[in-house]
Design a binder for this molecule. Structure first.
Ligand SMILES: CC(C)(COP(=O)(O)OP(=O)(O)OC[C@H]1O[C@@H](n2cnc3c(N)ncnc32)[C@H](O)[C@@H]1OP(=O)(O)O)[C@@H](O)C(=O)NCCC(=O)NCCS
Length: 182
């Protein structure tokens, strides 16, 4: 098994199930992503850009399951997906020990410890059950919650690109961070 499912109590008393995605989750994943990405100012995706077919989404999830240096965790509450983290291991041999990740959740789940639970799960897996040695990410410089979470988990900044994101007539700086796992 790639990741042993865990139940986790959040700060607000709700209990979620943290587990690896399955190919059969594809319709739920599509619904979950549609439910939050376009409302988030710090997710670099414009209206209509997330539109995989069911078959394409199934293939994407299957890749996460098959690739030993990649992971796709979902947080489930009452059978509904409410958050996720996807760790994309590099496929070139020279960088297979590195992975970039992205994560997100519906607004009503933010700031109650779900991000901490998802990232803890991914880091534990990466450290103990994968060949990964380095995790890295890109984040909007104004994403206070994201920066607080990543710093808390030990990520350090290694770069900043001014005006990297250009949306709705505004520019936003990008911050790059990494965590050495082993
Ligand atoms: C960014 C995100 C992943 C953080 O996850 P989260 O579940 O909200 O964060 P947590 O509740 O686990 O909090 C992590 C830390 O950040 C801090 N934090 C939480 N919300 C915050 C906020 N709105 N502003 C500043 N700090 C905040 C908390 O104090 C916490 O530290 P603590 O445990 O020492 O108190 C989540 O808010 C999210 O998905 N946002 C929308 C999409 C997104 O931005 N994705 C990341 C792209 S890089």
């Amino acid at each position: 098994m790639k990741f042993s499912p865990k139940t986790i109590d959040l700060k607000d008393g709700r209990t979620i199930l943290l587990r690896h995605v399955e190919v059969s989750d594809a319709p739920k994943v599509i619904e979950f992503v549609h439910g939050f990405v376009y409302d988030e100012e710090f997710v670099p995706l414009s209206e209509g850009e997330f539109n995989p077919t069911l078959a394409e989404e199934e293939q994407i999830l299957s890749n996460y399951i098959e690739r030993p240096n990649s992971l796709f965790l979902v947080a489930e509450f009452n059978g509904k997906l409410v958050g996720n983290i996807n760790v994309d291991g590099h496929q070139r041999k020279i960088m297979r020990h590195t992975a970039v990740f992205g994560m997100g959740m519906h607004k009503e789940w933010q700031s109650c410890g779900l991000g901490t639970a998802l990232l803890n799960g991914a880091i534990d897996w990466a450290k103990n059950d994968s060949e990964l040695e380095i995790l890295y990410l890109q984040v909007y410089a104004e994403n206070e919650a994201g920066l607080a979470l990543y710093r808390k988990m030990g990520f350090v900044e290694h770069g900043r690109i001014p005006n990297f994101f250009k949306q709705n007539g505004r520019y936003h700086d990008e911050i790059s961070m990494h965590l050495i796992l082993k």
